[in-house]
Design a protein around this ligand. Sequence first.
Ligand code: PMP
Length: 300
Amino acid sequence: MATKIVWMDGELINWDDATVHVTSLGLHYGLGFFEGIRCHSTPAGPAIFRLTDHLRRLRRSAAIYGVKLPYPIEDLAVACRSVVAANHLSDCYLRPLVFMGEGGNPFATAFRTAIIASESGPLAGSPAGAGARAQISSFQRFGANSMPPTAKACGQYLNSYLAQAEALRAGCDEAILLNAKGLVADGWAHNVFVVVDEAVVTPPVSAGALPGITRQTIMTLAAEDGLAVREQDLARSDLYLADECFLTGTSVGVVPVLSVDGRPIGVGEPGPVTARLIERLSDVMHGMVDAHKDWRESVA
Ligand code: PMP
């Protein structure tokens, strides 16, 4: 995981110096906002996938909590590029993190900013490329009047943690969470899709899904491929009966779901639509096609 250089509060500093004091309130109360972003090698050099869209979401996550980011997103974009370049990385994972610093009063303490680049990224879910066995979590996705699910805020991930720890203990790879109405909301760190009669369907953000960047990318690519794409509420039985099911997220791209609650989805193998979308996404991210140039934000 360790690289040489971290960007912190406006400077590139050594990995070992990128530390915080135990009185940092971000640590105590989960007061922080973060992103997970991927950089890929492309024929035109390393490119960060949808960097600006990720940083816009970071700004929105903070704004939901009434917090203004310590830096404009244009500066954070430069910082992301600089930390990739300073570590001589190409294919890597970026973790911008805005967290509350040292203080006594969480309503009057400044936020700090760090950007970490690493070769691998998060390791808790399905290995890339492999299909996943998913389980519906006994933990519910929080509602918009508890903690707004559209924010990618640090403390909110305790809900994901409970769900995914339960799934791993049960021998599954991925947790899927339902909302208070019993409808599919989201994965613990992925959005959920099904393929039914050649249509690609995902729950609306209002069901409690994070507005995923990969989700939006896949909806665009599927529509370009001539597939019908719909946002629609899904019950767990819609997952059981789907022709195909897959999860999307920055850490792993598209993960085929082979079973939900032990029930095979379709024939229990990655389906043709899922396979096609995995290929399309990889081509676009790695610049193997000309389309969507604006999504590949060059490091240089
Ligand atoms: N849902 C949750 C709860 C997540 O944490 C993530 C990861 N950011 C996603 C969905 C997928 O979002 P993205 O495609 O932007 O990584």
